[in-house]
Design a protein around this ligand. Structure first.
Ligand SMILES: C[C@](O)(CO)[C@H](O)COP(=O)(O)OP(=O)(O)OC[C@H]1O[C@@H](n2ccc(N)nc2=O)[C@H](O)[C@@H]1O
Ligand SMILES: Nc1ncnc2c1ncn2[C@@H]1O[C@H](COP(=O)(O)OP(=O)(O)OP(=O)(O)O)[C@@H](O)[C@H]1O
Length: 357
């Protein structure tokens, strides 16, 4: 029986990028948040003398050869388990390609989860457990192979609210924010991630941002993020058990409250920003206008936060109520911009809903 896996989108609740590194990547600090909206990845696999992989998709823009993230992940997964198999993967795309929603990265993890279920390898590659007190080290080899596939891939082995460091592949589960309504605008323009990073380099050169200055900035920001979320960590799940870095202990405080308010009470909505907006909005001014529509600042329907996601072109707005989110969808529709109404997806639900019944 084939296994169908939900492959969720992510947004970046703030994204700070450093200067270019000698390895061709950029250090960054971000908070990833998984969303309910998803692709569906269906895997059929059976043990065989020789490995073969076949990929199909309903979307012609999805590569069906070894360039596909799901292909790369399954190849590495089979090596990790030390088995060979005939594997068929169908990717039903609902998320935009090149949208900054990490869709391709999520497909890779969904394919691995499907493969493990099909080959009954769950003991060998035990998935990250959503239960309190789980340790990242339990599945560090799965995190390693996912980081080889892409910087955005490991976050999908954690789900929920996640701190991303280094080139984005170093991930730490943060206490989940309570679910909030989210509107994702999906303009038809695609933004290439490598190109956006190149544009960022040109921006850094023009502004004279040095490696040293950017390293200091990123260190401060990772502290600020961890501190903002620290008060959300239930007693007994402080640093060490949750994988959150030790400096996250520095700030306490009760962040429990009515729906949506936890995000506000972390304080992060007042200072988070996405550095890519500075270069991507210059190339695509229409995206800045979409952000204004999502934000609706100064009105009773204003978003808690609105931003470009990753390098775009998708943008998102977070709202306190469903009505406010629906009003944002209506504003976008009137402007001819496609949008999806969804919600942020906490870790237990991310894992609980991953396998289709
Ligand atoms: C923009 C984000 O989506 C934010 O979450 C991610 O940083 C992108 O992650 P991703 O698409 O998984 O990126 P990768 O597949 O690892 O890298 C693609 C290319 O983007 C650039 N890249 C990526 C991540 C990073 N921290 N610095 C970079 O400069 C590199 O040129 C790299 O060759
Ligand atoms: N499974 C996949 N689904 C979609 N695109 C894929 C996949 N595997 C490889 N790709 C290639 O990766 C490129 C980026 O796709 P993706 O949709 O993941 O972008 P993204 O949402 O901007 O990702 P990120 O947020 O990680 O930067 C595509 O143009 C496509 O050629």
């Amino acid at each position: 029986m084939p296994t169908t896996v939900r492959s969720h989108a992510k947004i970046n609740l703030g994204l700070y990028i450093g200067a270019p590194r000698p390895d061709g990547f950029h250090a960054l600090v971000t908070v990833y948040q998984t969303l309910e909206m998803h692709d569906l990845v269906t895997v059929s696999a059976r043990h065989a003398a020789r490995t073969s992989i076949r990929i199909t998709s309903n979307d012609r823009r999805v590569p069906t050869d070894s360039r596909n993230t799901a292909w790369k992940m399954v190849e590495r997964g089979l090596q990790l388990f030390g088995v060979s198999a005939e594997v068929e993967i169908h990717i039903e795309k609902h998320l935009p390609v090149q949208g900054g929603l990490g869709a391709g990265s999520a497909n890779a993890v969904a394919a691995l989860i499907g493969l493990e279920a099909e080959l009954q390898m769950s003991q060998a590659g035990a998935p990250e457990l959503p239960a309190p007190g789980y340790r990242l080290t339990a599945s560090s080899r799965r995190l390693e192979i996912s980081a080889q596939v892409g910087s955005d891939v490991p976050l999908f082995l954690i789900g929920g609210t996640i701190l991303g460091l280094d080139r984005g592949q170093e991930v730490y589960p943060l206490p989940d924010i309570e679910p909030v309504w989210c509107v994702v605008a999906t303009p038809s323009v695609g933004v290439s991630t490598p190109q956006a990073f190149r544009d960022w380099d040109a921006h850094c050169a023009a502004e004279g941002l040095t490696q040293e200055a950017s390293a200091v900035k990123l260190k401060e920001l990772s502290r600020a993020y961890a501190s903002a979320f620290a008060g959300n960590i239930p007693k007994g799940r402080q640093a060490g058990s949750s994988g959150v870095p030790p400096h996250s202990k520095t700030v306490g405080g009760d962040l429990a409250g009515p729906l949506g308010s936890a995000l506000v009470r972390t304080g992060i909505t007042s200072w988070i920003a996405n550095d890519f907006e500075r270069v991507v909005f210059r190339q695509h001014p229409s995206l800045a206008e979409i952000k204004r529509l999502l934000a609706s600042s100064g009105t009773p329907e204003a978003a808690l936060h609105a931003s470009l996601s990753g390098s775009g072109s998708a943008l998102f707005g977070l709202y306190l109520t469903r009505e406010m989110a629906e009003a944002a969808c209506a504003r976008l529709q009137a402007a001819g911009v496609a949008s999806t109404l969804t919600r942020t997806l906490p870790r237990p639900k991310y894992w609980g809903q991953m396998l289709q019944p």
